[in-house]
Write a protein that binds this ligand. Structure first.
Ligand SMILES: Cc1cc2nc3c(=O)[nH]c(=O)nc-3n(C[C@H](O)[C@H](O)[C@H](O)COP(=O)(O)OP(=O)(O)OC[C@H]3O[C@@H](n4cnc5c(N)ncnc54)[C@H](O)[C@@H]3O)c2cc1C
Length: 391
């Protein structure tokens, strides 16, 4: 049986970043898919001009990425137009097919890191050649490690092994998205919250080859997701956001967690990214948090073996607060309150009479949904003022 110091389950952004930051240990990354592989995702790297300050592996791949820079947002609540905001830079839209592969390649440049296609089915606590650790099996082969990083996404086997119950219906979002190839005229990002009276939103992101259109709904939707996606595309055509001539290239479904797992670390097992439920509740943003938690998992294993759990908990706690607003309020309450009250308040204050003054509600909303101005000295976004549209 092959023996490793660390087995990282999942080669998404969390797993590849954990591997990149794990030094001095023999590391195996396993994934059930061959790479490159696609992952259902909007591909929006929020405030990514600052990512190189925190994520060395991102700094190394960014120049090879095909990215489309999005700079303005049009936000709707159901059919009502709420606001239009221009940013110095909003996010870079990338393809996860390319992005995840580049990150994995960067991790595999390290001498101590290897990759194996392996569909993890079961984990057992064992003692192998006198060493305490874990045996992982795909039903046929067995591999052994003294430490595990669970970066295996929303339906994590590692999270299950730690005793975490499956997510309840209100604690994850169902999504369907498609890549549309066409000529791009409208360069705004569109977000329609509360679309068709569901808790969730529809989005249109400009991409390098056209647009990505998707819908995400919290709790089980009333209709099949394809129904919402078709209606959303129809709406975009009527409003002339999408051109008449277009081709739908790929359609992908996926889910994203909206709740941090009860147990996300022990003395030898750490969860990161979607496996620990680290996704921003208000926006569905998860790539940044997956990479940062992966980095902390790698650093904890390399530098803080004796204090692994304490170090990791201390490092990821601010990420939990950032994604979740507060870990103590159930997601259901937040989504309902947000939909019913907050949007209306924003809309009320975002009108000409108030625009000449500081629109604090819009500002609060923007601060809640984006992580910017964190690096006071070097931040690309430091001097950015939110420009308020003239009516
Ligand atoms: C439709 C949609 C749109 C989104 N849009 C955005 C966006 O615009 N911006 C943003 O920041 N976030 C977005 N997110 C969230 C983001 O995609 C995730 O938060 C992010 O992918 C988490 O990365 P990860 O590495 O934790 O997990 P993943 O990227 O899910 O990677 C997990 C890996 O584990 C592997 N795996 C799973 N089970 C096993 C197993 N049993 N054995 C071996 N390998 C296994 C999988 O094959 C996969 O490669 C979106 C999510 C969805 C569903």
């Amino acid at each position: 049986m092959e023996k490793y110091d660390v087995i990282i389950v999942g080669a998404g952004p969390a797993g590849s970043t954990a591997a990149y930051y794990t030094t001095g240990l023999k590391v195996l990354i396993i994934d059930k898919s061959d790479f490159p592989r696609h992952k259902a995702c909007g591909g929006g790297l929020m405030s990514s001009r600052d990512w190189p300050l925190e994520l060395e592996n991102y700094a190394k791949i960014k120049d090879q990425l095909t990215a489309y820079s999005c700079e303005s947002l049009k936000l709707y609540w159901k059919d009502d137009y709420l606001l239009n905001r221009h940013f110095k830079h909003f996010f870079d839209q990338i393809s996860r097919y390319q992005f995840d592969n580049l990150l994995l390649e960067e991790a595999l440049k390290k001498d101590n890191v290897t990759f194996l296609k392996f569909d993890l089915q079961k984990i057992e606590k064992t003692n192998y050649e006198g060493i305490a650790g874990y045996t992982l099996t795909d039903g046929q082969r067995k591999i052994f490690a003294t430490n595990i990083v669970g970066a295996d996404g929303m339906h994590s086997q590692v999270a299950k092994f730690l005793g975490n119950p499956p997510l309840k219906r209100h604690a994850f979002g169902y999504c369907l998205e498609c890549d549309i190839v066409c000529e791009k005229k409208d360069l705004n990002v569109y977000v329609v919250a509360g679309y068709l009276n569901e808790i969730g939103y529809g989005w249109i992101f400009p991409t390098a080859t056209g647009y990505q259109v998707g819908v995400g709904i919290v709790r089980k939707p009333k209709h099949a997701l394809q129904y919402y996606l078709n209606a959303f595309i129809e709406r975009a055509l009527k409003k002339k956001i999408l051109p008449e001539n277009y081709v739908i290239e790929k359609t992908f479904g996926g889910a994203l967690p909206l709740k941090v797992t009860r147990t996300y670390c022990t003395d030898n097992v750490l969860l990161c990214g979607d496996a620990m439920g680290l996704v921003k509740l208000l926006t569905g943003e998860g790539i940044y948090y997956a990479m940062l938690s992966g980095k902390f998992a790698g650093l904890a294993l390399s530098q803080n073996r004796s204090n692994l759990k304490k170090f990791y908990r201390k490092k990821v706690r601010p990420l939990i607060w950032d994604t979740y607003l507060t870990p103590y309020i159930p997601p259901k309450i937040i989504t309902l309150t947000f939909g019913a009250i907050f949007f209306r308040v924003v809309k009320f204050f975002d009108r000409p009479l108030f625009l000449r003054k500081i629109n604090i509600f819009v500002d609060i909303f923007m601060r809640l949904t984006m992580h910017r101005k964190k690096f006071q000295g070097q931040s690309f976004y430091r001097d950015e003022k939110i420009t308020i549209e003239k009516y």
